[in-house]
Design a protein around this ligand. Structure first.
Ligand code: ATP
Ligand code: MG
Length: 445
């Protein structure tokens, strides 16, 4: 993309009402535009990152054997009356009435809707296990929408639902989700720690939240410092293997790590004092096992091998896809702007032309641009007639991991400058070498 032809409305001023850094940078970099409190439109740069996060979530869900669907955002109130949640859910539910005076709502979550699909089509234990998931907009009329996309009213969420014959099978689904979530967050360059949490309105005894440590996080968490050293890395886990998934769960959750709702002071104090930590965290996901709560109230049963009708065991699993943009920025930025991890960056590399209009510099930039495109990468070429300082400030703000600076002086010596956004380190290399280096970095992801 050439910046002169793009739509990236960068703001010079810091927006006054944005309290936290991720919100400020998302507005300044022209990624989002507020439509109403807690409701945003996604501008091109923000949309690119949102799509990258969505793609990673999809890839990891499919790797785990989960099946994508897309449910409607509008749901009939009657479904929620069946589960008993229509009255319980309270003011967070956006309720509307259609022209026939039927009560409808904008889905805040989809346990009822997915159970309705299941009961309409699945009758036998032979069709289990089954996990259906979607990535879809949700609406929750939050009392205090704030921090930009972190606590929106309209937000993008991956929600998945497993259907299993037995509790053991459903717990395997739970563990499988834990493994897939660990992989998902790491691919986004994030450290998200699974912590024992509270079931809340969805209910259930088994639940973990995934938290990214950040001062601006809304949750209070307590953990053993050793949990922050755990990384999933590139190990291969067989998702069908009960033992392998359980081993990962044990490894990642046997240390003390809990949210304030489940915090146990006595247990916490058993950890050596120098390893005890209390901090703030951003919840980027949560997994639940809740048994037959919805299948019993809504009649989602299957015949088992003994020809008996039994309610299925279920769980649900959520990832805050739009919240993740904020969480990633909170975890990765400096005072100049965002530092995108390579896994989610909106463009792979920025090209800065120091002397737009200079034949040699223009030709070198065009050649670099073409070379990146043929390598399957997306460059953002700042081809505006602007001062170098302004171009650098924009590149730093929007946070592309790699920048190539091209100017007449370097070209005389046959070199361009390749700069890492993260470390600020630069090397002078031949243009072909710059392309090869950047290409190798992305290939290794
Ligand atoms: P919270 O405690 O932050 O209100 P929740 O526990 O109610 O979230 P879940 O039902 O577990 O949310 O939803 C799954 C994920 O969706 C959460 O882990 C979070 O990342 C994201 N999410 C929930 N509410 C919002 C919101 N208002 N804005 C953006 N993302 C949200
Ligand atoms: Mg939650």
């Amino acid at each position: 993309m050439r910046l002169s032809r793009y739509f990236m409305p960068v703001l010079k001023e810091t927006p006054a009402d944005a309290q936290i850094v991720s919100h400020r940078y998302m507005l300044r970099a022209g990624m989002i535009k507020q439509t109403a409190a807690g409701i945003y439109s996604w501008l091109p740069l923000g949309l690119k990152v949102l799509r990258n996060i969505e793609r990673i979530v999809n890839e990891e869900q499919e790797r785990a054997g989960h099946v994508p669907i897309l449910m409607s955002t509008i749901q009939p109130a009657d479904l929620w009356r069946e589960s008993g949640r229509y009255d319980d859910y309270g003011e967070e539910m956006l309720r509307v009435r259609d022209r026939h005076d039927r009560d409808m709502l904008y889905g805040p979550t989809n346990e009822e809707a997915v159970t309705d699909i299941f009961r309409a089509h699945v009758n036998s234990y032979k069709d289990l296990p089954l996990t259906l998931y979607q990535i879809q907009w949700k609406f929750r009329d939050e009392i205090r929408p704030r921090f930009g996309v972190m606590r929106g009213r309209e937000f993008f969420m991956k929600d998945g639902y497993n259907f299993d014959l037995t509790k053991e099978d459903a717990l395997h689904a739970y563990n499988r989700h834990l493994v897939s979530y660990l992989r998902t967050y790491e691919r986004m360059g994030l450290k998200a720690i699974p912590m024992r949490a509270d079931g809340g309105p969805i209910g259930g005894d088994y639940t973990h939240e995934f938290l990214v440590l950040a001062e601006t996080g809304e949750s209070e968490v307590f953990y053993d410092a050793e949990v922050t050293d755990l990384t999933f890395g590139d190990r291969e886990v067989d998702y069908d293997s009960v033992e392998e998934c359980e081993a990962v769960l044990k490894e990642f959750t046997s240390r003390y790590a809990r949210t304030d709702e489940t915090h146990d002071e006595a247990l916490f104090n058993e950890i050596p004092e120098e390893r005890r930590r209390s901090a703030r965290g951003i919840e980027v996901g949560q997994i639940f096992y809740f048994g037959t709560k919805y299948s019993e109230s809504m009649g989602a049963t299957v015949v088992n091998a003994d020809q008996e009708q039994v309610p299925v065991h279920m769980g649900s699993h959520g990832i805050g896809v739009s919240r993740l943009l904020g969480a990633i920025i909170e975890a990765s930025h400096d005072d100049k702007g965002i530092i995108w991890p390579e896994g989610v960056t909106p463009f792979h590399v920025g090209i800065v032309n120091l002397k737009q209009g200079d034949d040699e510099a223009d030709a070198a930039c065009d050649a670099l641009y073409k070379a990146f495109v043929s390598a399957g990468l997306e460059p953002l070429y700042d081809d505006r007639k602007e001062r170098a300082g302004g171009k650098f400030a924009t590149m730093d703000l929007i946070g592309l991991p790699w920048r190539i600076t091209v100017g007449p002086r370097g070209l005389k010596n046959g070199v361009v400058e390749l700069t890492s956004r993260k470390t600020g380190e630069s090397v002078e290399v031949a243009p072909e070498e710059a392309v090869a280096k950047v290409k190798a970095i992305y290939e290794a992801l």
